[in-house]
Write a protein that binds this ligand. Structure first.
Ligand code: COA
Length: 162
């Protein structure tokens, strides 16, 4: 049977840390759907269209990965794409409590979907989308942590907003 996993997130913007998790997941599942959340409770810097487009460009060479955006509950979207596993990255102990809460709440909402945690490469352990936005806005160079398309999008956005 075709195994489908969903990798949901805000991806505002996608970083090489997310891509590292995605590569690992794509080795385990037949299909991995990177699901960009429209409503994640965060005020996003990039629009849903921009976040989805950046994810699509950044992952175009990874086999078995598709990018989709969704509204509403992630478990409802997971059901529509027949995903039985939800992938989440665990970077540090500080992620654990929030991730456990999400995993247990999602399990409560849909008993058929299990969460699988993957650990990124150690060089991405302290990476986050917020830090990337802050550092690039202040002129810092972080080429090894973001795809080229994200670097260009951040530079363009900063220029427009400056
Ligand atoms: N490498 C680098 N950074 C990583 C990472 C990795 N491997 N894994 C996570 N992060 C960072 C992200 O960049 C992000 O940083 P930021 O806070 O600075 O933006 C942070 O960790 C967490 O982001 P993300 O993994 O995108 O999760 P999220 O908490 O933003 O998104 C959703 C959570 C979208 C999955 C959740 O809100 C959701 O499912 N929403 C839909 C509505 C719903 O169903 N709610 C009920 C859930 S029980």
């Amino acid at each position: 049977m075709n195994s489908v996993a969903i990798y949901p997130g805000t991806f505002d913007p996608i970083t090489n840390g997310h891509i590292d998790i995605l590569l690992k997941a794509s080795e385990v599942f037949d299909t991995v759907i990177l699901a960009v959340a429209e409503n994640s409770g965060k005020n996003s810097y990039f629009s849903i269209e921009e976040r989805t487009k950046l994810c699509t460009i950044a992952t175009k060479d990874i086999p078995r990965v598709q990018v989709k955006s969704f509204q509403g509950l992630v478990v409802d979207f997971a059901k529509t794409i027949n995903a039985s596993v939800m992938i989440r990255g665990l970077r540090a102990v500080s992620d654990f409590e929030y991730e456990l809460q999400l995993a247990l709440m999602n399990k409560k909402l849909c008993k058929d979907i299990n969460t699988m945690f993957l650990v990124p490469d150690s060089k991405y352990l302290y990476l986050s989308s917020s830090l990337i936005k802050q550092i690039t806005q202040l002129g810092g160079e972080l080429d090894e942590f973001i795809p080229l398309c994200v670097k260009e999008a951040l530079n363009n956005k900063h220029k427009i907003l400056d």
